[in-house]
Design a protein around this ligand. Sequence first.
Ligand code: SAM
Ligand code: PRE
Length: 236
Amino acid sequence: MTDKVFEKAINKQFEFDEEVASVFDDMLNRSVPFYKEMQRLTINFGLKFLNENDKVYDLGCSTASTLIELAKHSSFPLQLIGIDNSEAMLARAQKKANAFGVAIELINEDLHNISYEEAKLIISNYTLQFIRPLQREKLVKKIYNSLQKDGVFIFSEKVISQDKILGKQSIDEYYEFKKTQGYSEFEIAQKREALENVLIPYTEEENKKMILEAGFSHCETIFKWVNFATFIAIKK
Ligand SMILES: C[S@@+](CC[C@H](N)C(=O)[O-])C[C@H]1O[C@@H](n2cnc3c(N)ncnc32)[C@H](O)[C@@H]1O
Ligand SMILES: O=C(O)C(=O)C[C@]1(C(=O)O)C=C[C@@H](O)C=C1
């Protein structure tokens, strides 16, 4: 379904509710530049580290499209676990997983409340940005602790620039991208307002600092388009 959520006047903060979930795959494809390429890289790099029956978590899995694609591209079975606290998202995730015949354990819970079991790969694309900063650092520490030795954390985030002028230019460039995807200036302005204080982006450097402070030995940007970046962090 086409995303028309912000065509009408909205006076509330952005939420992953039924309305957003119903158009979410379209929203993501049209709102995150190179979303499919970022997903392809997440899966391909993830697979390089994985062996048969390894445990993989997707934190903020939404409609489970990444875990489904991962299963489709893996030549061996994996233990796939998707976590999200939006019931509307998980209902769609379950339907899609059934349709593709992919076994995924879907857990409706806040990411902070999970007792994570030891995993080889943890994915979290465009989700940490929705976690309050102090909680975010704690969650990343928890992610680090739950990874096995040589485990990998792949995550993507909307990022801001350290430079004020470049930051403004980057946001302008991103809104130009949104226009090419068919969003009107009104929709763009409404969503920007709804995301204010809900989506809190860090700079690329702040993300890497948070990761290294959690204990990871290495963190690298593997993909970046203006204000959207994908990182790989390795636990040694
Ligand atoms: C932008 S979406 C993630 C997109 C998804 N990773 C993908 O690539 O298709 C963010 C997701 O995180 C979930 N989320 C946000 N905060 C959460 C929290 N504290 N606990 C669990 N899920 C959360 C939302 O419900 C939403 O589905
Ligand atoms: O549309 C925007 O402004 C965005 O920041 C895109 C973004 C994201 O980066 O997570 C924001 C909310 C939706 O979950 C989908 C995409």
